[in-house]
Design a protein around this ligand. Structure first.
Ligand SMILES: [Zn+2]
Ligand SMILES: [Zn+2]
Length: 242
């Protein structure tokens, strides 16, 4: 389940925030960039909202594009599966704020202790509306593709980014399950190789989103594949310094 935590306060996706962080640290998460509404990216949101208010925190802002926020409101915070916290305790002072962003347009999040973060959402090719994010602070840039099958726009963004430190992309299945990866719009090492050939700059690539039953198999296949970039598998629970 996917979550990245930047500087303690800004999360990218919310699949595992409550299982990874203490209640106190959950209370420091004030901003969430949401790439899409699949369960493995939103599963901890309902509990995070409850826990963070127990920790005395103010509202949490979720940023995403209109169709992704619509999925979240229709299917999760709909007063059936979970309360609509954008109306609780009141519409004026809600615990949860949905902030709609426009793909391709830079916006700024003030809040991380190390200073403002600039974010651009870029659509990718997954089975539901999904965006990746170019995340910038000072001279540093990270690109996160989120879940995607073969795609174009986000690789163009990678090629246009002047100071990219790290590109995080996915590899969900081993190549023997290529048909399942294609159906569900995910990558295997074979399609990852084709996709990374579109990235012209020599930046390190970090992989996430290995389906748990196939982690060892994907790892072995990645190790045996000759990528033009330096490719590593992200480790669960590890802190990376950029
Ligand atoms: Zn997904
Ligand atoms: Zn996913």
């Amino acid at each position: 389940m996917t979550s990245f935590l930047i500087d303690g306060a800004l999360a990218v996706d919310a699949g595992s925030i409550t299982s990874a962080l203490s209640i106190e640290r959950q209370g420091a998460v004030r901003h969430i960039l949401l790439s899409h509404a699949h369960m493995d990216h939103v599963a901890s949101l309902p509990y995070l909202i409850e826990n963070s208010f127990a920790a005395g925190a103010s509202s949490i802002s979720i940023y995403s594009t209109a169709p992704i926020l619509a999925n979240l409101r229709t299917h999760l915070f709909n007063n059936d599966i979970w309360p609509d916290f954008s109306q609780i305790p009141s519409e004026l002072y809600p615990r949860l704020r949905f902030t709609e962003i426009e793909a391709g347009r830079v916006f700024t999040i003030n809040g991380p202790p190390s200073g403002p973060v600039r974010v651009t959402a870029i659509p990718v090719s997954h089975s539901v509306p999904t965006v990746g994010f170019l995340i910038e602070q000072g001279p540093s840039q990270i690109l996160f593709t989120s879940d995607t099958g073969p795609t174009e726009r986000i690789w163009e963004a990678a090629n246009a980014a002047p100071h990219l430190n790290l590109l995080i992309t996915e590899c969900s299945f081993p190549s023997r399950l290529q048909h399942i990866a294609d159906l569900s719009r995910h990558l295997t090492p074979v399609t990852l190789l084709t996709e990374l050939a579109k990235v012209k700059t020599n930046i390190p690539i970090a992989l996430y989103h290995f389906k748990p039953p196939y982690i060892d198999e994907i790892n072995a296949e990645i190790a045996a594949t000759r990528f033009e970039h330096r490719v590593e598998l992200l480790e669960q629970g590890r802190t990376y310094e950029l």
